[in-house]
Design a protein around this ligand. Structure first.
Ligand code: G3P
Length: 215
């Protein structure tokens, strides 16, 4: 399972990278806006140490505009994956990007049929947003199960990025379902390592070790 980091905060990405947990990065306009920095600057900084795919999102709503942005963003770094929304315009742009060898991450996916369309369009990645589905009373993880099954039925190459992850259980359930990638907010990644019994265990071992005669 690959771990992408879902943030545009370079320090957080660096921290996760030093821990060996960064197979890629996903950003979106909201995450970039939080940083209050020039987008290109952020992207260059991330690309200076992240080798895996870095998702950069377009903001146009028509295919032509999306393609213009996609080509531009793709020229910034070697490892861009262009995020386009799951609309007909986005799918048209995805198809052209696939033909031109530009990697895409089709985002804002909320149904299995949408994911099927993304795969048909030749998307490199699809991003189902599970937390936002949970928020409106649907079980986001059921969508992941369906997409993983459908993609496996037809051996689609599109990789599933479980997105809008809110807590460690989301990562655990995504892993059980065999999702290709989880894009994890830094705070959730931090919490994944924590267990009170680990802390208590270390404390006890150290206390006992102090009792061992040293020579
Ligand atoms: O990167 C897209 C996605 O992960 C957004 O998550 O928490 O805004 O629903 P959220």
């Amino acid at each position: 399972m690959k771990f992408f980091i879902d943030t545009a905060n370079v320090d957080e990405i660096r921290k996760a990278h030093e821990r060996g947990m960064v197979d890629g990065v996903t950003t979106n306009p909201s995450l970039v806006a939080k940083e209050g920095k020039d987008f290109r600057k952020i992207v260059d900084e991330i690309a200076s140490f992240v080798e895996g795919p870095i998702s950069l999102e377009v903001v146009s709503e028509d295919a032509e505009g999306m393609l213009k942005e996609a080509r531009e963003l793709n020229s910034w770094i070697d490892n861009a994956a262009i995020k386009v929304p799951l609309t007909w315009e986005g799918l048209k742009a995805t198809k052209v990007c696939a033909d031109e060898g530009i990697k895409t991450n089709v985002t804002l996916c909320f149904s299995a049929n949408q994911a099927l369309l993304a795969a048909k369009a030749g998307a490199s990645f699809v991003s189902p947003f599970i937390g936002r589905l949970d928020d409106v009373g649907h079980t986001g993880m059921e969508l992941i199960e369906a997409i993983v099954q459908i993609y496996s039925n037809y051996a689609f190459d599109t990789e599933v990025i479980v997105a809008s992850i809110r807590h460690p259980i989301h990562v655990y359930e995504a892993a059980l379902l065999g999702a290709d990638i989880a894009t994890i907010p830094p705070g959730v990644l931090d919490r994944m390592v924590k267990h009170p019994l680990t802390d208590i265990g270390i404390e006890r071992f150290l206390a006992d070790w102090a009792k061992v005669p040293k020579k």
